[in-house]
Design a protein around this ligand. Structure first.
Ligand code: ATP
Ligand code: MG
Length: 585
């Protein structure tokens, strides 16, 4: 589509989301005095996941792009589930993604203002204390076609409600015994208007306000109001809040008391949640996985949390690029996980250091290479760090008579099309020589324990003889200098494309718990530990979290479990998408 900019020139805005076009339009019309202010409002009840990244990129990204501000606001109105640990992790993850908030706010900072607003509503006869149980209240709600029934407490004197409201906050009233409800319309076609509960009692200390409060505002009574107090202009959230939007506006109208009618107010706009194939989001579920020990913590590299992806070796850029690609719409969809993986590959291709790692080692002995001799110790032998990026330079490697190679690169009785090592066939050893396989040694069970070959000294990489054509180049690690390593090969955590629906379906059919259903739907091969790998020594000098490519194997990073004696690597993603193909078989 085409939009006129301030100078009247036609500007192509192709590819911009409807949200971004909305921002451009609002700024051009000078709405909100030309201000753009957004917020990212996580509830500190878990770690952020890839779905949140979609919201973060929007809230922070558009504010930055159009000269606005984005604040981080913790929506901390439910003390039972919220913890400081989550607050800290959320800040760390947003920074890691590459964003910075202007201010940090907490919905709990507004408890006094929200309390005053509620008191005002009580005094104006717009809110009342209901002493019915939550079941009774639910029963009276009516249906979309039937109006609700008014509570017997609906028209009690405001002074009575006020006294009880105060008692709700002193600890005298047990949880569930009383709630404050807004008096709106029990016959409204929008169920959210049928006298919504706006305050409830929670007898659990709050992570910031301690025991000061016992009465806590509900989401619908806190979110829009917080937006208003802060001066938010654009309040973006996910589609499940569409039916809440009229109430959002309604409460803000009450709050404004007719003031400020120049349209300077926050507006809610909804976009589609991120759903990814083979990924289960939602903090409630992720918390269950952690608490029940089905994964090894929030940052388990199989988790779709930002800290899990970080530990797995995903770069923040790849996540941002992915979010950019999928865009924002007004209908729910299931995005292909392969799309995220391809964004990761694309980004890591430009930044990962190429190294040698052998994950299934077998020894290769070059029988005509002089014993005791080695290369790369006296003179320099080098490997290119990244062929995509000459500025990444080179690193030293060492070559010798005995090398580790991949077991799969050898076959004793090979078919014609097997171009790797088999007696009589030549391959190139990366950055070194062409070798010809001469045979192998086996143990009593017939397992190959050593492969022998002869090298051609004229074929060293860089020498004129190096151009002799061979079908394949294989990687290797020096037996003398290579470092033993553990490699963790990760795969999808779920065997089913849509784990959320599959879980619900399984629970309904078999009447089992969420945990039981999870156990049945988890991929038993989501983690394969390879304890006896070798990596070239250079890798051990790199800082933790470095992005690596083990040539021919995949992208890896150095895990925090590494010790100087035994580095540990996580496979971030394979070099190609083989998963889809394997599963079609
Ligand atoms: P979950 O449902 O996973 O528990 P939530 O919505 O309860 O997440 P909040 O902390 O309330 O988590 O969310 C903070 C912001 O992130 C909200 O604006 C919410 O709409 C957005 N968000 C949460 N999940 C997704 C998702 N899958 N895709 C896009 N945005 C999301
Ligand atoms: Mg939530």
């Amino acid at each position: 589509m085409t939009i006129e900019n301030r100078n009247g020139e036609a500007e192509e805005k192709k590819g911009l989301s409807f949200i971004e076009l909305g921002v451009i339009g609002d700024l051009e019309q000078g709405k909100n005095g030309g201000r753009l202010q957004t917020r990212f409002p996580p509830e500190p009840n878990g770690y952020l996941h890839i779905g949140h990244a979609k919201a973060i990129c929007l809230d922070f990204g558009l504010a930055a792009k159009y000269g606005g501000t984005c604040n981080l606001r913790f929506d901390d109105t439910n003390p039972v589930k919220e913890e400081v640990e989550y607050v800290d992790s959320i800040m760390e993850d947003i920074r890691w993604l590459g964003f910075q908030w202007a201010n940090v706010y907490y919905a709990s900072d507004y408890f006094p203002q929200l309390w005053d607003f509620a008191v005002r509503l009580i005094k104006e006869g717009k809110a009342y204390i209901d002493e019915q149980t939550s079941e009774e209240i639910a029963r009276q709600k009516g249906t979309t076609t039937l109006p609700g029934i008014e509570s017997p407490y609906r028209n009690r004197p405001w002074s009575e409600s006020l006294t009880l409201f105060e008692r709700m906050n002193t600890g005298e009233i047990p949880e569930g015994k009383m709630v404050l409800r807004a008096k709106i319309d029990m016959a409204s076609p929008n169920m959210h208007f049928r006298d919504p509960i706006i305050y409830r009692v929670v007898n659990h200390p709050h992570h910031r306000t301690g025991t000061t409060w016992k009465a806590y505002p509900m989401y619908d009574f806190a979110h829009g109001e917080s937006d208003y107090f802060e001066g938010v202009t654009h309040s973006w959230c996910t589609l499940e809040f569409v039916p809440h939007r009229p109430l959002y506006d309604f409460f803000i109208d009450w709050l404004k008391e007719g003031k400020d009618l120049d349209d300077n107010r926050p507006r809610q706009t909804e976009f589609n949640k991120l759903n990814l194939s083979y990924i289960l989001l939602s903090k409630r579920n992720l918390l269950l996985l952690v608490k029940e020990g089905l994964v090894q913590g929030w940052d388990d590299p199989r988790m779709p949390t930002l800290c899990g992806f970080r530990r797995r070796g995903y770069s923040p850029e790849s996540i941002r690029n992915f979010v950019d690609k999928i865009g924002y719409t007004t209908y729910d969809a299931l995005n292909d996980f392969a799309l995220l993986e391809s964004a990761v590959r694309e980004d890591l291709n430009t930044r990962a250091t190429r190294v040698s790692g052998v994950v299934n080692p077998v020894k290769l002995v070059i029988t005509n290479y002089p014993e005791g001799e080695e290369e790369g110790t006296e003179e320099i032998l080098e490997a290119v760090n990244n062929p995509e990026d000459p500025s990444a330079g080179t690193h030293p490697i060492r070559f010798g008579r005995e090398l580790w190679i991949e077991r799969e690169d050898f076959m004793e009785d090979a078919p014609k099309k097997f171009f790797r090592l088999t007696p009589g066939r030549e391959v190139r050893l990366k950055n070194a020589y062409i070798v010809k396989c001469t045979g192998c040694t086996k143990d009593a069970d017939g397992n190959v324990t050593e492969i022998q070959c002869e090298y051609d000294p004229e074929t060293k990489s860089g020498l004129p003889g190096a151009n002799r054509p061979v079908k394949i180049t294989i990687h290797w690690v020096s037996c003398k200098y290579g470092v033993p390593a553990e490699v963790r090969m990760y795969d999808r955590l779920w065997t089913t494309e849509n784990p959320r629906d599959a879980l619900a379906d399984l629970q309904e059919r078999t009447n089992c718990s969420t945990l039981e259903a999870m156990k049945q739907l988890m991929n038993p091969d989501s983690l394969r530990v390879l304890p006896n790998c070798y990596v070239e020594e250079y890798v051990t000098q790199l800082p933790p979290m470095s992005y690596l490519q083990f040539q021919r194997i995949g992208y890896f990073n150095i895990d925090k479990d590494s010790t100087p004696d035994k580095p540990v690597f996580n496979r971030t993603v394979g070099l190609r998408d083989t998963w889809g193909k394997l599963n079609q078989k």
